[in-house]
Design a protein around this ligand. Sequence first.
Ligand code: ADP
Length: 191
Amino acid sequence: MRIVLLGAPGSGKGTQAALLKDHFSIPHISTGALLREAVADATPLGLQAKELLDRGELVPDDVMVNLIRERLGQDDVRDGFILDGYPRTLAQAEALDTLLTELGQPVEEAVLIEVDGNQVVERIAKRAAEEGRSDDTEDVVRKRLQIYEEQTAPVAGHYAELGLLTRVLGEGTIEEVLERIKGALLLGAAG
Ligand code: ADP
């Protein structure tokens, strides 16, 4: 199963992707996690990305396309994958289509997790207290939400045009949201 998970910062994408990974036994590919790892290891990519991450801005598309190409070239994605945090722009979505067509493994389903804006801010404040992520401060969160609306929300339209998009309500317990996503994926697979 080849899945793209979409949703605003704080929508619960990362949490749900980790659960889906266990459920379907396919890798969870989080570009945010890959970037934070690169920053922690001070690799050339990490050094380039650090300031952008801390400001809540996007890493340039060409850099991200290279990163995802490399990750999707690894052996463990043969049976599928869950993408979390990629694509974040229309250009990234188009580059992904091209790449996966080349690999003969197109995206099968895109799931958009929808959560009310106020809840998103509340959830991120909670995560900031728990995890201390450097991009979870109030100003940076506002910036990330703005960028999401401007650049990432249109990506859902891209998958809708391809007939691959399902919208799922991201409110309620983690388990409830997971069940909704699994249901949406099953329906999508049947149709
Ligand atoms: P969230 O969804 O909560 O904002 P992520 O962990 O997905 O968190 O991403 C954190 C940061 O990593 C983003 O704000 C951005 O700076 C960078 N990033 C992650 N994925 C991408 C991407 N596909 N393109 C550009 N920047 C990205």
